[in-house]
Write a protein that binds this ligand. Sequence first.
Ligand SMILES: *[C@@H]1O[C@H](CO)[C@@H](O)[C@H](O)[C@H]1NC(C)=O
Ligand SMILES: *[C@@H]1O[C@H](CO)[C@@H](O)[C@H](O)[C@H]1NC(C)=O
Ligand SMILES: *[C@@H]1O[C@H](CO)[C@@H](O)[C@H](O)[C@H]1NC(C)=O
Ligand SMILES: *[C@@H]1O[C@H](CO)[C@@H](O)[C@H](O)[C@H]1NC(C)=O
Ligand SMILES: *[C@@H]1O[C@H](CO)[C@@H](O)[C@H](O)[C@H]1NC(C)=O
Ligand SMILES: *[C@@H]1O[C@H](CO)[C@@H](O)[C@H](O)[C@H]1NC(C)=O
Ligand SMILES: *[C@@H]1O[C@H](CO)[C@@H](O)[C@H](O)[C@H]1NC(C)=O
Ligand SMILES: *[C@@H]1O[C@H](CO)[C@@H](O)[C@H](O)[C@H]1NC(C)=O
Ligand SMILES: *[C@@H]1O[C@H](CO)[C@@H](O)[C@H](O)[C@H]1NC(C)=O
Length: 795
Amino acid sequence: MGNRTKLLLPLYVLIFHSLSFETYGSIKMDTHTMYPGQSLSGNQTISSSNGRFELGFFKPGNSTAYYVGIWYKNISAETVVWVANRDKPLLDPSGSKLELTRKGSLVLYNQSEIPVWSSSNTMDGSIVAVLEDCGNLVLRNGSTSSPSVVVWESFDHPTDTWLPGARLGGSKMSKKGQRQRYVSWSSSDDPSPGPFSLGLEMDGTGTYHVLKNGHRHWTCGMWLERISSFSTEIVDRNYTNMTYVSNEEETYYKYSVTDTSVLVRYKMDVSGKVQKLVWKDDSQIWESIWEKPKEDCEIYGFCGANGACNQFGLHHCKCLGGFEPKIPGEWNTGNYTNGCRRRSQLQCNEDGKHSFQMIPNIRLPANEVSLTNVKSLKECKSACLRDCSCIAYTIGYYGNCSVWREDLLNIQYLSYGDILRKDLYIRLPKADLAASRAKTRIRIERFTISAAAATVILIAILILLVSTRRMSSSSDAKPADDVLVLFKFGDLRSATKNFSEKLGEGGFGSVFKGTLPNSTAIAVKSLKCQDQEDKQFRTEVSTLGTIHHVNLVRLLGFCLKGMKRFLVYDYMPNGSLDSHLFYKDSKILDWKTRHHIAKGVARGLAYLHENCRLCIIHCDIKPENILLDADYNPLLSDFGLAKLFGRDFSRVLTSMKGTRGYLAPEMISGEPITPKSDVFSYGMLLLEIISGRRNWEARDNENDNYFPARAAICVSNGGDVLSLLDPKLHGDANAKEVIRACRVACWCIQDEEQHRPSMGQVVQILEGVQEINRPPIVGNASEYYQSYIPHWLGK
Ligand SMILES: *[C@@H]1O[C@H](CO)[C@@H](O)[C@H](O)[C@H]1NC(C)=O
Ligand SMILES: *[C@@H]1O[C@H](CO)[C@@H](O)[C@H](O)[C@H]1NC(C)=O
Ligand SMILES: *[C@@H]1O[C@H](CO)[C@@H](O)[C@H](O)[C@H]1NC(C)=O
Ligand SMILES: *[C@@H]1O[C@H](CO)[C@@H](O)[C@H](O)[C@H]1NC(C)=O
Ligand SMILES: *[C@@H]1O[C@H](CO)[C@@H](O)[C@H](O)[C@H]1NC(C)=O
Ligand SMILES: *[C@@H]1O[C@H](CO)[C@@H](O)[C@H](O)[C@H]1NC(C)=O
Ligand SMILES: *[C@@H]1O[C@H](CO)[C@@H](O)[C@H](O)[C@H]1NC(C)=O
Ligand SMILES: *[C@@H]1O[C@H](CO)[C@@H](O)[C@H](O)[C@H]1NC(C)=O
Ligand SMILES: *[C@@H]1O[C@H](CO)[C@@H](O)[C@H](O)[C@H]1NC(C)=O
C-alpha cells in the first residue's frame, strides 16, 4: 500500500466528475461515496471524509494475491481493518473491479469478470456506498442529510478487527438479525479465515470467549469461564468506554474512544490472542495495551494430553510422572500439541499391580466425571480402582469425588496463593510409580538446594534494598511497583512508637498506625502467631505484593521477627466504613458516597475473583475491612489472609464475634468456600450501607427485626424500597440506584450459591449497564422470612 498513489486516474475523473465529486484545486479528488454504476479498479480508492480510512485493492505483506479492503489511510504501518474477499484472492487489481451495481449491491469481479464477492442485501431505489468516518462501509438509499435506510454495512460482516462503534455479539434470534464474531486471518499474509475467533455468549452473562477451530481455546478460572467481562477490567478503561447491552432481543459489547485523536482497535490476532492496540504516533507502531489469553498456561489444553503447564518453568510443559512425550522431536521444539503417552500401558484386572501417584498443587484437568454420592478420598480411591477406565481421582472443587476416564487435559502447576490448587491422584503401574518417585525425589532435593540459595540471595537483595533506600534518601521509602520491602523489626517499632497507636483489632491480629522517616503514614498489622514456615509465609506474601487495584489496600512490605509476622500497608486517613455507618458522632455519608463505596468494593472483589492468575476469595467481607481514603474511595483490606492462615482461617472466622453475621451458610456449615461466599457477604454489607444499621441489630417496636429478611420481602413484593433507606438520609437518594442496590443485595444473599450473581455482574448492575429482576420469593412471605433468618441467630 505504501507506494499506492492517492491520485485517481484521469479517466476516472472524467467519468465521475459530473457526479457530485469533491474537488480540491485541480489535483486532489478524494471522495467517500460511490454512486450506482461506479466502480473502483487498480489503485483507485475512496476515503472516509475525515481522511482516516481508505477502501481499495491491497496486497498483504509478502503475498502475491490482491484483496479489496479497508485500511487506515494516514499511518505508516499497513493496517487492514476489513477484507471483502477474504478467501477469494485476486491475481491482478487492474483487471478486477469493485462495482456498485445499479440494482444496489457491491460486487467484486475478477479478471475474467466473474463475481467473486458481493454484498448480500439489496433494495430497490438508488443506493450509494459510503465509507464512513468510523471505517464502516455502508450501503444506503441516499446521503446522510436526508433520512435514509442502511441496507448493508461492513460492521455487520467484520473480519478480524473490532473497530470503535462496531459490535461484538448482536441479535439473540439467530435466524433474524446479525451476530458479530471476529475471526483471525490465517497468517499475516493471508486474510482467509484462520482458526481463532472472538465471540460473545448469548446468555446475557457478558462472557466472551476465544475459540480455536470451534473448540474452547481460552480458559479463565474455575467458575466456568464465565467471569470475564471487558467492563470489569480496569486496564480496559484506558482510552475507551466499553458498554454492554443485554435485553430480550440482543446482547452485545460496543465501545467508543474517549480521546478521538487516538487510534484504538481490538483485533483477533493470528497468534490466538485478542489484542487491544493503540497507535503510538511517536514510535509509529501499534502498541498492544491489553491481551487475552496472556499466558501460555491460560490456553486450554496448552500442553496437550497428560501434560502439565508451568507458567514459571523454563519450558512451560512437562509430562506427568509415568508419561513421556508422544513425539519427542516435536515436544522438544516446543510444539506440545500431541501431548504425552504412558511409559507402560495399564492392564486392567491386574490387582495389586497399580497404584496412585499424587500430584500436588495443580489446577484439575478438564472433563471430570463427578460421583455425587462419594465424598471421602478413601471411597473415591476405591471407586476409581473398581473402574477399569478410571485413570485419576480426587475430591474436586465442589467437595464431590471426581474421576477421569479420558486423557488428562489442561492441568497447570499452581503457586501457593492460588485458590484452585488441588492434589490429583493418577493411576500408574507400580513399576512406573517407583521410577517416577525416585525421579521426583532427586528433583525435590535439587529444588530445595536451589530454593535455599535463592532465598538467601532474595533476603540479601531485600536487605540491601531497604538499607540503600534508607541511606540514599529518606524521601522515597515507598517500594517500587511489585517490590515488597522487608522491614526491620526495629524500624517498625520506631515507626509505630513502640506500637502505641492502635487502629483496630480483629481475629487475625491488631493494627497500629505508624510513620516512616519520610513521613509516609503506614498501617502495621501484627498477625496473631501462626505456625507457618518463613519460606511459605514469604511466598504467600510476595503473591499478595503483586496485587494492585484502586479498590484494594496496597501492601508495602512485611517483617519477620522470631515467631512474629507483620504486614505493612498504606494508611487510610478516613478509617473503616463501620465508623461512618454506625456511629452517631461521625459525618453522615450521603447516598452518592455510599453508592460510590458499594461500587468500589464490588470492583475490588471482582478483581480478586476474576483475575485469572490469582483467583483470591476474600472470606471476610465486612464494614471493618472496608477502608476509606481521604476522598472516601473504598479500599478492601485483609484480602489473602485466608491463604496466610491456612487451615486456621475458617476456625478463627467462624468463632469471631462480629463476623458471623456476614458469613454465607456454606461457610458456617463447613462446606467448601467459593467466590460466591464473598458475594453473600457483600450482599450483607450492601444492605448495611443502604440501611445504615447492623443487619442483626435489634430494634424495639419492630417485629421484623432482622433487616435482610425485611429487605428481601419488601424487594420481592415490589414494596416501597425507599423505606429501607437509612432514615438519617431523609429520603435524599437516587431512587433508581437504591432499587438496584436493594435488588442486587437480595440476590447476593440467596441461600443457593448458583442463584447469587458473580461480582462482575454486581458491578455491572450497580453501574446500570445490566438490568436486574426482583429476586424470587419462595413459599409464602412468613416462611420466606423465616428462611432468611440464620439459624445461629437463635431466633
Ligand atoms: C496507478 O495505476 C496506473 C494504471 O494502472 C499506473 O499507471 C500508475 O503508475 C499507478 N500509480 C502508482 C503510484 O502505482
Ligand atoms: C495525518 O497524519 C499526520 C501526521 O501523523 C497528521 O498531522 C494529520 O493531521 C493526519 N491527517 C488526517 C486527515 O488524519
Ligand atoms: C516478508 O518476508 C521477509 C523475508 O522472508 C520477512 O522478513 C518479512 O517480515 C515479511 N514481511 C511480512 C509483512 O510478512
Ligand atoms: C475468476 O473466478 C472464477 C471463479 O472463481 C475462476 O474460475 C477464474 O479462474 C477466475 N479468473 C481469474 C483470472 O482469476
Ligand atoms: C429510503 O427508504 C426509506 C424507506 O423506504 C424512505 O423512508 C426514505 O425516504 C428513503 N430515503 C431516500 C433518500 O430515498
Ligand atoms: C494506559 O496504558 C498505558 C500503557 O499501558 C499506561 O502507561 C497508562 O498509565 C494507562 N492509562 C490509564 C489511565 O490507565
Ligand atoms: C460511556 O458510554 C455510555 C454509553 O454510550 C455513556 O452513557 C457514558 O457516559 C460513557 N462514559 C464515559 C466515561 O464516557
Ligand atoms: C505442531 O504439531 C502439529 C501436529 O504434528 C502440527 O499440526 C502443527 O502445525 C505443529 N505446530 C507448530 C506450531 O509447528
Ligand atoms: C456434588 O454432590 C451433590 C450431591 O451430594 C450435588 O447436589 C452437587 O450438584 C454435586 N456438585 C457437583 C459440582 O457435581
